[in-house]
Design a protein around this ligand. Structure first.
Ligand code: 6R9
Length: 586
């Protein structure tokens, strides 16, 4: 199959929830979706009720809700058990004075306690603040201080990264451990579970506008910002779970990210539970054989991951892949970074399925641009606007640009997933809405005549070489089509003559040596396939690319700062394991 930028891959045969995109889009209303919630009749609102208790009330208590796998260890939790366990912890939190609106931070590895803690906090109307397990002291401190955390739930290992006296508002630290493993002032959750009887009616009813989860997102400068979401977002999260993730009754769903990243909470917890899926929870770190093993053992049918993970699996080669039975997988999705056509090709050839890209942001609360399973995919494009979502490509003065022209990717600010506020920062919140009624994403894109949106880069990542605008993604995608290249990050390097030149940082696949000849071959490969001005004038080989810890996004900003010997700004998100700059040649 010739499969490259702009080709069309038709849908596979299947039993999809959403068949006729155009018809649905025309008649779509968010109000119609509201009718699927129990609060539509009862008036009693809480996202956790819809995620857990409701399914029990409707007779699905025996259905498997969470399936944890870590090495040979497995733990299963039915919807009934999930209700009981969240009731129990919610009762304890209430006993310790946690009230509606309080911020409860959860600093745990990806395991059932982490999921249960997040749900329990929200159940009593508190705001859950999930923290990525890879965060070190400062990242944790910035976040908890910014929104005055009242409670922290952690474990004996991660808890050591926190100095309690740093937090004036912090009242209780719960540790998922026995008392002997806690330090002074910490509360053993195991002991509390034995001492406290669960209140079956502990749930707190809230307003659709009340906040339920806060996620911090890093800008290119300054401290991370707290994006607060409201219970209303469940409408958007539920329907995208149904139509985009395409969750059916019998599906086993696996989202690979930690709940500290918005993908790991919205599409790792809320959207799948709202759709009553069985959710796989993976412990441990990324290793190709562990991941394939999880798919095989849990019989995963829907798999949601990120381009960085797909690229790592691709670089690992076929042997590993062939030794596992991955035939249960019927639907694969991607998020977080542009999905390289090469990865889609890998999916079609090796897994026999298409990888469906999705685009959204921490601030948008749920998917906005998607590839629905019943739609054709155009590799290189993120897909089309979800029904109920209006995408606009705007110029600097806020006017929509013609089809095919690159501009600012904006979305009408009239959908239920959109953030409620930026914590303690109304000015930052307002800065997202410089044009009347539009949310400005900070990404650049163009839309084709069929409504497919093509991502071009973050506004500040675009390269201008001799007056040509070059999106780093297109060059990176072409680079990894070369057999020697595993990963690539591309930046604009200031140049007296051309304004900027294209500079590529690449990671080679195992077995390739960074000779000047190979690098020249790679450069010529890009030039012959794209355009002269897109070919990198400089290529540098690294052992690893700088990426964000949580979502594996390539940090082009850091590559640029390295190149210019400048301070890289806020690097709290930089993965400690990959920040080594190893220049091997030239
Ligand atoms: C969910 C999430 C948001 C930024 C966004 C964009 C990039 C996300 C993408 C994508 C290309 C996709 N991004 N999805 N770029 N194609 N399918 O990632 O949230 O961590 O807040 O990042 O990620 O640049 O603006 P968040």
């Amino acid at each position: 199959m010739t499969l490259t930028y702009g080709n069309v891959i038709p849908p596979l045969d299947g039993n999809y929830h959403l068949k006729d995109y155009l018809k649905v889009r025309e008649g779509f209303s968010w109000e119609q979706v509201e009718k699927d919630f129990s609060w539509y009749e009862s008036g009693k609102v809480n996202i956790v009720y819809e995620c857990v208790d409701r399914h029990v009330a409707e007779g699905y208590g025996e259905k498997l809700a969470l399936h944890y796998l870590h090495g040979s260890k497995e733990v299963r939790c039915t919807y009934q058990e999930l209700k009981d366990r969240t009731d129990h912890l919610a009762t304890i939190l209430k006993k310790y004075g946690v009230q509606k609106g309080d911020r409860v931070f959860i600093f745990l590895p990806k395991n059932l306690d982490c999921y249960i803690s997040i749900l329990a906090a929200i159940k009593i109307g508190a705001i859950a603040g999930p923290l990525f397990e890879g965060f070190m002291e400062e990242s944790v401190r910035d976040r908890m201080l910014d929104c005055g955390a009242k409670v922290l739930i952690t474990d004996p290992v991660l808890g050591k990264r926190i100095t309690k006296s740093d937090f004036p508002d912090l009242q209780t630290v719960f540790v998922v451990a026995e008392a002997e493993d806690c330090t002074e002032g910490e509360v053993s959750l195991y002991e509390e579970y034995r001492k406290t009887r669960a209140d079956q009616d502990v749930i707190e009813w809230v307003d659709l506008e009340d906040g339920f989860v806060i996620h911090y997102t890093s800008g290119s400068t300054g401290k991370p910002k707290g994006v607060l979401h409201r219970h209303r977002a469940m409408i958007h999260q539920y329907i995208t779970g149904k139509w985009v993730l395409d969750i059916h009754e019998e599906d086993i769903y696996w989202c690979t990210s930690h709940p500290g990243w918005v993908t790991g909470s919205v599409y790792g917890i809320f959207a799948p539970l709202l759709n009553r899926a069985t959710v796989v929870v993976n412990g441990g770190r990324f290793r190709a054989e562990f991941w394939y093993d999880i798919i095989q053992r849990a019989k995963v049918t829907i798999w949601y991951s990120a381009p960085t993970a797909f690229r790592m699996l691709m670089a690992e080669g076929d042997e590993e892949l062939k030794s596992f039975d991955l035939s249960s997988v019927r639907h694969v999705l991607s998020v977080g970074e542009p999905l390289n056509p090469e990865a889609i090709k890998w999916g079609v050839e090796k897994l026999g399925v298409r990888i469906h890209d999705t685009w959204w942001m921490t601030e948008t609360g749920a998917h906005l641009i998607v590839n629905l399973p019943s739609q054709s995919i155009k590799p290189g494009s993120m897909g089309r606007a979800f029904p109920g979502i209006t995408v606009g490509i705007l110029d600097e003065s806020g006017r929509e640009v013609p089809v095919g022209e690159i501009g600012q990717l904006c979305v009408k600010a009239d959908y239920p997933g959109l953030m409620k506020e930026i914590w303690n920062n109304p000015e930052k919140y307002r800065s997202y809405f410089p044009y009347d009624g539009w949310y400005v994403s900070g990404d650049l894109a163009y839309v084709d005549e069929d409504g497919y949106v093509f991502f071009q880069g973050r506004n500040d990542d675009m390269i201008n070489s001799s007056g040509e605008r070059i999106g780093p993604f297109e060059v990176e995608s072409k680079l990894i089509e070369h057999p020697a290249v595993a990963e690539a990050g591309v930046i604009g390097k200031p140049d007296g003559l051309r304004g900027e030149i294209v500079k590529a940082f690449i990671v080679l696949r195992p077995g390739y040596n960074p000779t000047a000849r190979l690098l020249e071959e790679i450069r010529l490969f890009v030039r012959s396939e794209l355009a002269t001005h897109s070919a990198p004038r400089e290529i540098e080989v690294l052992e690893l690319l700088p990426k964000t810890r949580i979502s594996g996004k390539i940090m082009r900003r850091v590559l640029k700062a390295w190149e210019l010997n400048q301070d890289a700004g806020d690097t709290s998100q930089l993965d400690g394991g990959v920040c080594l700059r190893v220049a091997l040649v030239d």
